[in-house]
Structure formats: structure tokens, C-alpha cells
Design a protein around this ligand. Structure first.
Ligand SMILES: Cc1ncc(COP(=O)(O)O)c(C=O)c1O
Length: 399
């Protein structure tokens, strides 16, 4: 067919890119790039994936199936199915010692991922800054940028247990700083934080009049002592958006259920965006989620015990092969230093993959301060971890 017959755009002098610069300028996720190398190679032992190797516990799956059998296939209210929000409120009261009104202070989202996006978009004006301790979950800086804000990274180190110091925070805080984000237990470091350190950070946040986003998605996977929520500290509840969800501790990544709990004004603003963009989280996941929160403690405990065994094994193995690794207090990641190898994180991970068929994630995928480390997920069987550690030792010995 002749092109002469096809309508042509009226030519403007300079053709605009079809992709918004805000998106074009986003750095691609370092994790994704690495996973692409692993795709379609079944011989590889992967310590790369940040999701449980378990299926969702049967009783929870059964409630999802049962709800479908009963014909629960509709939308729920924008904020989420009220009985599920009530389950969330009960769980938060029981586990975190914080009470929330399920009518006005809880919003059910499509994973913590959506809750983070909503929170940034609901509270940031253009160029507002958000302090983000690094190394961190890859989505945080990108979502701040997409919301028009400016992510300001605060490097942390293994020497201070990957907890930011007040001096470092003070140095990066400016009149434009609007919020700060904490993630304990943390991805990728597994870091947890002592209540005394939490109180110091809490006082500083109040003095600076900041909003705190506290991503506590890994809280049930706390191996030493009991998790303390930032929202439970004096003076913080009214300025904290607590983010949590079912993906990790209940092995429910694919159900896509998370939630935000916090002050009603911010929650109402988040709900406004959520109702236009998502309408509501999927009903089946919310139905199953009630079972997880009301009756899932025992299943959760069994998985945590298993992760704890793997944690001890992987940390011991890494230290014995000469890759210093702190004992992660929570989540399911070990974050050893690979500096002694003389390789960069990326070189280490690429060569380990090519020479020994073991996948780990280079630490710099989680921000510049992750350089010198790799992330090894132990959300995989002890057998795979054990074989991977054998191969990793061979690799380190060969350097
Ligand atoms: C710290 C952290 N927050 C949030 C998420 C996203 O979780 P969700 O599946 O609830 O979106 C992840 C997933 O890896 C994570 O590691």
C-alpha cells in the first residue's frame, strides 16, 4: 500500500519523545537486569530471589478458594473489605501494640508496592525531599521520583548495623525534607534496630517535623526478640504511615495484598488516588488475608523457624569462606562483604554466575552504599543453600 494514502502527523519542527522524561530518566532496576541473565538457565542455583520458596499455607489458600465457591467475586469498598480491615486492626493491636480505626486509618492496597506509591504521591509537592537510608529496596527512590519528589540517600554501613546515624541524617536534612523512610527488618541487609536507637531516631523525626514511612513488611520474620514498630513509640503514631502486607511472612506474594495504616488525613488522600487508579484490591486476596491474620500465626511460626535454621547455616558458611557477614536480625537476606575478593559487587556476582552457576544480587543494585556486598537470599531450601555455599567457596578459593 502506498504510504501516500496513510495520514501523516502534522510535522512539528522537533519530534517529542513518546516517553515522558521523568520515566526515561529513571535508572532501570539493577535486580531486573541481573535476573534477565538467569532466565531460562535451570542449572543455576539461585540465591537471588526475594520471595518465599513456600506456597501460601493451605488453610489460607482454602479460604481463598472457599470465597470463590461462595461467589465472592465483586469489588470491595475502595478502602478494602471492612472485615479484612478489622482483621488488620486486630493484628496490629496484638503484634505492634498500636490501635487503628479500621474505618478511617487503614487502607488495603495492591501490595506494599502500591501503598508506597500512594503515600509519596499523597504527601509530596514537587521537589520535596525524602531521606532514604541505603542500601535499600529498589523501588523507594524510583517511586519518590515518579511522585515528583527528590530521593536523598543516606548511606549506612555494616559497622553501625546498617542503621543511619543522627549525624548522617542531620547532614542530609534540608528545609525541603518532607519525609523519611525506614525499613526494619530491612531488604537487602536483614538489619533490625534496637528500641533505644529507635527512640533517638524518633525524637529527631519529631524535632524535624517529618513524616515517617515505616515499611515493616518483614516484621514477623524477626529472629532475635520481638519486633517493635516505630508507630508504637511516643509521639510517632500521628506522623507515621505504617506499611505492611502479606507477601513475605505468609508466603503470599502473588495475591498482591498489602496495606497502609496511619493518620486519617493522609490515609484519606491516599484513598482518593487509590480509588481512581485501582478501585480496590482483589477480593479473593482480602478473603484469604483474613485467615492469614486471624489464624495464621502457627504457619508463620513454622516458616520463621525454618528461615532461622537457614540463616544460621548461610551466615556461618559465608564467614568461614572469608566473606564477613553480620548476623541479620530479620527478613531472609544475608549481605556479606566481598571486598576482600578485590572484585566489585557486579564483577563478583557475574563471575560467580558464569564460573559456578550461582546467582546472587550485586549490592550496588540497592544503591551506591551497597557496593562491596552481595545479597544472598535464604528464602530457598537448605539443600540449595548448602550446594550454593559449596560452589561459592570454590569460587572464592579460586580468586
Ligand atoms: C522492603 C520491601 N518492601 C516492600 C516490598 C514489596 O512488597 P509487596 O509484595 O507487598 O508489594 C518488598 C518486596 O520485595 C520489600 O522487600
Amino acid at each position: 500500500m502506498s504510504t501516500a494514502l496513510v495520514t501523516q502527523p502534522e510535522v512539528s519542527s522537533e519530534r517529542r519523545s513518546r516517553v515522558a522524561s521523568r520515566v526515561a530518566n529513571l535508572k532501570p532496576s539493577g535486580i531486573r537486569r541481573f535476573f534477565d541473565l538467569v532466565l531460562g538457565r535451570p542449572e543455576i542455583l539461585s540465591l537471588g530471589v526475594g520471595e518465599p520458596d513456600y506456597s501460601t499455607p493451605w488453610a489460607i489458600r482454602e479460604q481463598g478458594i472457599f470465597s470463590l465457591e461462595k461467589g465472592h467475586t465483586s469489588y470491595t469498598s475502595n478502602q478494602g473489605y471492612l472485615p479484612f480491615r478489622q482483621s488488620i486492626a486486630r493484628w496490629l493491636e496484638r503484634e505492634m501494640g498500636v490501635s487503628y480505626n479500621p474505618e478511617t486509618e487503614i487502607l488495603v492496597t495492591v501490595g506494599v508496592s502500591e501503598a508506597l506509591d500512594l503515600a509519596f504521591r499523597a504527601m509530596l509537592e514537587a521537589e520535596d525531599e525524602v531521606l532514604i537510608p541505603e542500601p535499600c529496596f529498589v523501588s523507594y527512590p524510583a517511586l519518590v521520583e515518579l511522585a515528583g519528589g527528590v530521593p536523598v540517600s543516606v548511606p549506612t554501613h555494616s559497622l553501625t548495623g546498617f542503621v543511619p546515624t543522627l549525624e548522617d541524617l542531620e547532614r542530609r536534612c534540608s528545609p525541603r525534607t518532607r519525609a523519611i523512610l525506614f525499613n526494619f527488618p530491612g531488604n537487602p541487609t536483614g538489619a533490625t534496630i534496637e528500641p533505644s536507637a529507635m527512640r533517638k531516631l524518633a525524637d529527631w523525626i519529631i524535632r524535624k517535623d517529618l513524616i515517617l514511612l515505616s515499611d515493616e513488611i518483614y516484621s514477623p520474620l524477626t529472629y532475635e526478640g520481638k519486633h517493635t514498630s516505630f508507630a508504637s513509640l511516643p509521639g510517632l503514631k500521628d506522623r507515621t504511615i505504617l506499611l505492611h502486607g502479606l507477601s513475605k511472612a505468609w508466603a503470599m506474594t502473588g495475591w498482591r495484598i498489602g496495606y497502609a495504616a496511619g493518620p486519617s488525613d493522609i490515609l484519606a488522600a491516599m484513598t482518593k488516588i487509590h480509588q481512581y487508579q485501582i478501585m480496590c484490591a482483589g477480593i479473593t486476596g482480602q478473603m484469604a488475608g483474613m485467615e492469614a491474620l486471624d489464624h495464621g500465626d502457627e504457619d508463620c511460626r513454622r516458616m520463621v523457624e525454618d528461615y532461622a535454621r537457614r540463616r544460621r547455616f548461610i551466615v556461618k558458611s559465608l564467614n568461614e569462606m572469608g566473606l564477613p557477614c553480620h548476623l541479620p536480625g530479620g527478613a531472609f537476606y544475608a549481605f556479606p562483604s566481598i571486598r576482600e575478593s578485590g572484585l566489585s559487587s557486579e564483577e563478583f556476582a557475574l563471575r560467580l554466575l558464569e564460573e559456578q552457576d550461582v546467582a546472587v544480587v550485586p549490592g550496588d543494585a540497592f544503591g551506591d552504599s551497597g557496593e562491596g556486598h552481595v545479597r544472598c537470599s535464604y528464602a530457598t531450601s537448605l539443600e540449595v543453600i548448602s550446594q550454593a555455599m559449596g560452589r561459592m567457596k570454590r569460587f572464592v578459593d579460586s580468586l
